[in-house]
Write a protein that binds this ligand. Structure first.
Ligand code: KG4
Ligand code: ZN
Length: 331
């Protein structure tokens, strides 16, 4: 199965072609980060308009890259949710209409399913079943993945998502949008000066998360710490280590609870180097394996949507002619 995938749920326009036999045949991505930087966050109306401008040229480019034409694909996948409604509508209208025009099936893909399957873009591919830790700007979830479409939610954040906590804490530190990667970069210069940040909800059973308290704890710590670069870096490190420890503890718990050996991490925060390293060493110590996508496929991209669409199509699934989007959509 060879599928064109279109991702427009937030501020990246991503287009790719995935083939279930030969893997990824081409991918293009346009990030709107600069467009939204002055506003300190994504402006939904500007995001939709930019997707309208960029998507067709990107589709043209990806076909050129793969040296294919519309005759060579078996279907069109698009992100139908969750995400910003206007932004989703651009990709959904375009994807559904191209499929109609080309007389091919369309596949409406769940954005988080795209993220959780993204490690399958790499070799070696993780085999089912596995535990997935999804950590993005909007979600923090632990999922037991038994196969395509067989997802059992084990736990999730009761308040801020991990990426949201990174972004809000970065803002408190005066870092520019997007804050998560900037905070992580600052933390690289940090030293452990003995800050005792909490590891929220790890002292009780269960697999849910809560990150909003860490942001408040950081605000209080910043009020007492110095305002020089080194003090900020020390606080950034303490915050990052608290998030990483919390995620590592819960992942180990989920693997044990479900009797699984494989862990997949995906979503924007899975680009975090400290998280990757510490999860890898904790899971390997117990004889398990960790899989994650290359950094470019941790954040939003079209490749993961093309992949999810191709696997759904292979399983005999497709979407009817009505164009529907789901800004809030449980996995
Ligand atoms: O998956 P994604 O691109 O978009 C959503 O679906 O939300 O994730 C974006 C999130 C942002 O919150 C961003 O700050 C965070 O991922 N992020 C990071 C890093 N790179 C991206 N957080 C911590 N460390 C990073 N290196
Ligand atoms: Zn995402």
């Amino acid at each position: 199965m060879r599928v064109l995938g279109i991702e427009t749920s937030c501020d990246e326009t991503g287009v790719a072609i995935y083939d279930t036999e030969n893997g990824l045949l081409g991918h293009t991505l346009y990030s709107q980060v600069k467009l939204h930087a002055d506003y300190g966050g994504v402006v939904p109306e500007l995001a939709s308009r930019d997707h309208v401008r960029k998507s067709i040229p990107l589709i043209h480019e990806v076909f050129k890259q793969a040296q294919l034409s519309s005759d060579d694909i078996d279907g069109v996948a698009y992100t139908a949710g969750p995400g910003l409604v206007g932004a989703l509508l651009v990709g959904a209208c375009l994807g559904r209409s191209l499929a109609y025009g080309w007389d091919k099936p369309a596949i409406a893909v769940h954005h988080m399913e795209g993220h959780l399957l993204a490690p399958m873009l790499e070799t070696p591919q993780p085999q089912f079943p596995f535990i997935a830790l999804l950590v993005s700007g909007g979600h923090t979830q632990l999922v037991d993945v038994q196969g395509i479409g067989q997802y059992q939610l084990l736990g999730e954040s009761l308040d801020d998502a991990a990426g949201e906590a990174f972004d809000k804490t970065a803002k408190l530190m005066g870092l520019d949008y997007p804050g998560g990667p900037r905070l992580a970069k600052l933390a690289q210069q940090g030293k452990d000066v003995g800050y005792q940040f909490p590891r929220p909800m790890t002292d009780r059973p269960g697999l849910d998360f809560s990150f909003s308290g860490l942001k408040t704890f950081t605000a209080n710590t910043l009020a007492k710490a110095g305002t020089d670069q080194q003090s900020l870096a020390d606080v950034a490190l303490a915050f990052e280590q608290a998030v990483v420890d919390t995620l590592v503890i819960k992942c180990q718990r989920a693997l044990k609870q479900c009797g699984r050996k494989r862990l997949v991490i995906a979503g924007g925060v899975s680009a975090n180097v400290r998280l990757r390293e510490q999860l890898q060493s904790a899971v390997q110590k117990r004889g398990g394996e960790v899989f994650y996508p290359r950094p470019a496929f941790c954040t939003d991209n079209g490749a993961m949507i093309a992949l999810a669409g191709a696997l759904r199509l292979q399983a005999g699934q497709s979407t009817d002619l009505a164009i529907k989007t789901y800004p809030r959509w449980p996995l």
